[in-house]
Design a protein around this ligand. Structure first.
Ligand SMILES: *[C@@H]1O[C@H](CO)[C@@H](O)[C@H](O)[C@H]1NC(C)=O
Ligand SMILES: *[C@@H]1O[C@H](CO)[C@@H](O)[C@H](O)[C@H]1NC(C)=O
Ligand SMILES: *[C@@H]1O[C@H](CO)[C@@H](O)[C@H](O)[C@H]1NC(C)=O
Ligand SMILES: *[C@@H]1O[C@H](CO)[C@@H](O)[C@H](O)[C@H]1NC(C)=O
Length: 440
């Protein structure tokens, strides 16, 4: 039964994509990548030293075809979400104080503008008119007042519901109430909806998620639409044009095992991400205490490289200097927010259990973001050969270290390596110095 459902789901996905492709594709606003220019040789006078393997290594064949056409998510969304630290223990006080803290710490200025309330904001039943009602104990002033407060700070407010009968914490869900609930969210001036997958009656997500997209659109208010069906039905295959982002995995938890497992699962869908629609490997755990500083640095670096949403999940009212140093790294954030919007991916592995890893991705202006990630249990040298990065071996590269904030070398050729602590990573921008090898 499971098998036939899966097959049927696949037929539907193919039919669905085939049907909507021409319509949405004509609406795309993102310029297609100018990939030819990446692999012209220096002798052509135009090239920047990329090899003809470039397009294979960084397959972007699905990039930018079917993004949700609401103008949002041109770069991955940034902000905060209540779940990873607070769970159900939220209130309007926590949300307001968090908005205050995003401003006072300077995180808002770095781009963390969405303040997203997760599950448990709502009463356990709808009112007599069938409307969602904020929990009167924890949100006594209501959501509209909270939105006014958050907007007054120049931030945006997000909310949570579920494409099922109930949310995961058994509050009313929005399945079959899409139009009314979307109108309610718009009337509260909300900016973002995370839409979960509990109590879904086993109805295919391809049937449950588009109605909320249409309902949000019909409100006339521009609302970021974040799909959270846990990667169950491979949303990268169908959610482009449905959501601005889609979860590719189950929930993250604050452990090294969870974080690395999820990074690998999300990597599979790299070719599908692009402006307007992002793979979502779930929210950040940085600062919640279950991983080491090195592990959190890796978590943040890889999420940034993968063009994941950067939704902080710690208590920013009480953030440590160590946590702040990680999530406020402007150079790493700039990789995540690069206008090219191509998801970086795992390009090279070696060592026991492939634990010495190179992750990389194209950036605008013919640059590469490169992460040397040591997932082994001891310090080791991680090497990135040019061949694995899609560079000609003779290409001279300028190497900028994004955690040390300095340019290490302007003329690296053939390969680059660094000694990396256990579970730590180094992150760089490589700028090929085409045609300049002989000049310097
Ligand atoms: C819930 O949040 C309040 C206010 O932030 C805090 O004082 C309390 O310790 C939290 N309780 C739990 C169980 O986390
Ligand atoms: C609704 O969808 C149309 C067609 O895709 C789009 O042009 C419009 O901007 C959308 N409006 C909102 C509010 O998202
Ligand atoms: C955390 O995630 C890992 C990997 O997915 C899983 O094995 C583990 O059971 C999870 N731990 C908790 C407490 O949920
Ligand atoms: C703030 O964080 C520290 C450790 O990081 C913790 O010991 C303390 O309980 C936290 N305070 C609050 C109010 O959560």
């Amino acid at each position: 039964m499971g098998e036939s459902k899966r097959l049927c789901g696949l037929c539907f996905a193919i039919l669905y994509v085939w049907m909507i492709d021409p319509v949405i594709a004509t609406g795309r606003e993102v310029p297609l990548l100018d990939f030819q220019r990446y692999h012209q040789t220096p002798s052509s006078g135009l090239g920047v030293g990329f090899s003809n393997l470039f397009n294979t290594i960084y397959d972007t064949s699905k990039y930018g075809n079917l993004q949700l056409n609401n103008g949002l998510g041109q770069t991955p969304q940034m902000g905060w979400n209540s779940w990873n630290f607070f769970g159900c223990n939220i209130s309007e006080v926590v949300i307001k104080e968090t908005a205050d803290a995003l401003i006072s710490t300077g995180l808002a200025d770095l781009g963390y503008v969405y303040v997203n309330i997760d599950d448990c904001w709502s009463s356990v039943t709808r009112n007599s008119k069938g409307e969602l009602v904020p929990d009167p104990k924890t949100f006594p002033s209501g959501i509209k007042a909270l939105a006014d407060y958050v907007h007054g700070k120049g931030l945006k407010l997000g909310i949570y519901s579920d494409a099922g009968l109930f949310t995961c914490q058994v509050r009313p869900g929005s399945l079959f109430h899409e139009k009314d609930d979307a109108q309610q969210f718009a009337s509260w001036d909300l900016d973002y909806l995370k839409y979960d997958n509990c109590f879904n009656l086993d109805i295919d997500p391809k049937e449950r998620y588009p109605p909320m997209r249409d309902a949000l659109n019909a409100t006339g208010r521009t609302i970021f639409y974040s799909l959270c069906e846990w990667g169950v039905e491979d949303p990268a295959l169908w959610a482009r044009g449905v959501g601005n982002s889609w979860r590719t995995t189950g929930d993250i938890n604050d452990t090294w095992v969870s974080m690395t497992t999820i990074a690998d699962l999300n990597d599979k869908w790299a070719a599908y991400a692009g402006p307007g629609g992002w793979n979502d490997p779930d929210m950040l755990e940085v600062g919640n205490g279950g991983m080491t500083h090195q592990e959190y640095r890796s978590h943040f670096s890889i999420w940034a490289l993968m063009k994941a949403p950067l939704l902080v999940g710690c208590d920013v009212r009480n953030i440590t200097a160590e946590t702040f140093e990680i999530i406020s790294n402007k150079e790493v954030i700039a990789v995540n927010q690069d206008p090219l919007g191509v998801q970086g991916r795992k390009v090279y592995v070696e060592g026991p259990d492939n634990c010495l890893q190179v992750w990389a991705g194209p950036l605008s202006e013919h640059r590469l973001a490169v992460v040397l990630w040591n997932r082994c249990s001891e310090a080791a040298t991680v090497t990135a050969p040019w061949e694995a990065l899609g560079l000609e071996s003779s290409t001279s590269v300028s190497v900028r270290d994004l955690w040390q904030h300095k340019t290490l070398d302007r003329n690296v050729v053939a390969s680059f390596n660094a000694e990396v602590d256990a579970h730590d990573c180094h992150m760089y921008i490589f700028t090929p110095q085409a045609g300049r090898v002989s000049d310097e």
